[in-house]
Design a protein around this ligand. Structure first.
Ligand SMILES: Cc1cc2nc3c(=O)[nH]c(=O)nc-3n(C[C@H](O)[C@H](O)[C@H](O)COP(=O)(O)OP(=O)(O)OC[C@H]3O[C@@H](n4cnc5c(N)ncnc54)[C@H](O)[C@@H]3O)c2cc1C
Length: 414
């Protein structure tokens, strides 16, 4: 039997960062995943550390926009209508939680996390020797018509009171910032505070390496074998049965499956997303992620080429991939930037783990001593990984939490 203080289940960016923070606080930690580290959602995201997000992704409340969504008329979101009955309860709660008053409460709850998100990553990156992956060049939101540009400018103005820095760019400024853009847009908002990484999986692996160099153990195992015993928990791993006094569940989009046997039912749903890389044609390089807001896709310069990522697809977690969104995005993206050949034969698909209030579940299990949660970071799991790892480790080790964790408790779904 392997004995540890803590077993962290799930080695995506959230689990690895949590394991590091616990280890720094003197805990003997094992990290367990059924695959390698960073091979699921944390593999393929757009790489943005979204220091400028104040409001979480909200369910639209404009009925005209909803009507267009209803016929899959906007590329940024797509519904699989066959899966809708399964999704409807989540969508209804998402709609309710997106009401302006509630959305403001959620934003205020998450604000301390957003404020510290980049600083916490930078500390881990320094220790892990991964600073070279970080680009502090912000990201650009492009607009193709005056009406959407007006909305974009208003949204940018609204975050200035939070101490955030944005620049409003006209068409010429955009061209100067990103000379590779071939189409003329009306303007853009340049979010200056966020940063981005050139390889999200490499970042997860760099954190894992640091964890292992410091004596941490990584083992393959299935979190669904988790059971309580008299003195903590046991889980089966490829290296034998592992016993830990405490367990942290960081299973991202699969967290509900491991929780169900313990009697916790959570309204977790996934917003699926796709990526594909392209070799840039000569001169087609980008300095930062660029969101084509009116056409609903994003391009980010990455180690493997220019990564095209899609918006949200509402479908069952395990439904067959539907490449409609990424194929349409590719047509738009090729008009904007001189993209060369595709790097992969098939697009990658990932699943953003979402709760209806777009806040993570972070904290103690109310009915199981020693069981802890850190999952459900929706569109911002890379952004929030280091800071949420810190907050949970503070709670587990009796330190004063740097932020109020109560809004993230699983008990909000009781
Ligand atoms: C297209 C796209 C773009 C995105 N862009 C951004 C962005 O720019 N910025 C940002 O901050 N976020 C972004 N996100 C969201 C972000 O990627 C996720 O929130 C984040 O990766 C979630 O991390 P995680 O560690 O919780 O989950 P995961 O990375 O999915 O890790 C969960 C781990 O649990 C393991 N696991 C599951 N079940 C079991 C089991 N039974 N036993 C053992 N192990 C198990 C899996 O193998 C996996 O390694 C994007 C997501 C997508 C899809």
């Amino acid at each position: 039997m392997i004995n540890k203080d803590v077993a962290v289940l799930g080695a995506g960016i959230v689990g690895v960062a949590t394991a590091l923070h616990l280890q720094t606080r003197g805990r003997d930690v094992a990290l367990i995943d059924r695959r390698g580290a960073g091979e699921e959602t944390s593999f393929g995201n757009a790489g943005i550390i979204e220091r400028a997000t104040i409001y979480p992704y909200l369910f639209p409340r404009d009925w005209r926009k909803l009507a267009v969504y209803a016929v899959n008329g906007l590329n940024e979101a797509r519904y699989n209508w066959r899966d809708l009955p399964g999704f409807a309860p989540f969508l209804w709660r998402y709609f309710i939680e997106s009401a302006p008053r509630r959305a403001l409460d959620h934003a205020l709850s998450a604000r301390p996390l957003i404020e510290a998100c980049l600083g916490e990553h930078e500390k881990l990156m320094r220790d892990a020797g991964a600073d070279h992956l970080l680009r502090k060049t912000g990201w650009l939101k492009l607009f193709r018509n005056e009406a959407s540009f007006d909305e974009g400018r208003a949204a940018a103005e609204a975050i200035k009171p939070f101490g955030l820095n944005v620049a409003i760019l006209d068409a010429q400024d955009v061209r100067r910032a990103e000379p590779a853009l071939r189409e003329t847009v009306v303007g853009a908002v340049h979010y200056l505070d966020p940063a981005s990484v050139s390889d999200p999986q490499a970042l997860t692996l760099a954190y894992l390496r640091l964890f292992q160099e410091r004596g941490g153990r990584f083992a393959q195992g299935d979190a669904r074998s988790l059971q309580a015993d008299s003195d903590g928990y046991v889980v089966e791993t490829a290296e034998g049965v592992l016993h830990a006094r405490e367990v942290v569940l960081c299973l991202g989009p699969w967290s509900d499956l491991a929780l169900a046997p313990f009697g916790y039912k959570i309204p977790l749903a996934v917003k699926r997303g796709y990526h594909r890389h392209f070799r840039p044609e000569e001169g087609a390089s980008l300095s930062r992620p660029v969101l084509d807001a009116d056409r609903g896709y994003l391009l980010a310069p990455m180690a493997r080429g220019i990564r095209l990522t899609t918006g949200a697809e509402f479908a069952r977690r395990d439904a067959k991939p539907d490449y409609t969104q990424i194929e349409k995005s590719e047509i738009f993206a090729r008009q904007l930037v001189a993209l060369g050949p595709r790097v992969e034969d098939e697009p990658w698909m990932g699943r953003r783990p979402c709760l209806p209030d777009m806040l993570p579940v972070l904290g103690a299990a109310p009915r199981h001593k020693g069981l802890w949660f850190n999952f459900g970071h929706q569109h911002h799991g890379l952004t929030l990984a280091a800071v949420c790892g810190r907050l949970l480790a503070e709670m587990m080790t009796g330190e004063k939490p740097f932020a109020d964790p109560s809004p993230f408790s699983i008990e909000r779904f009781a």
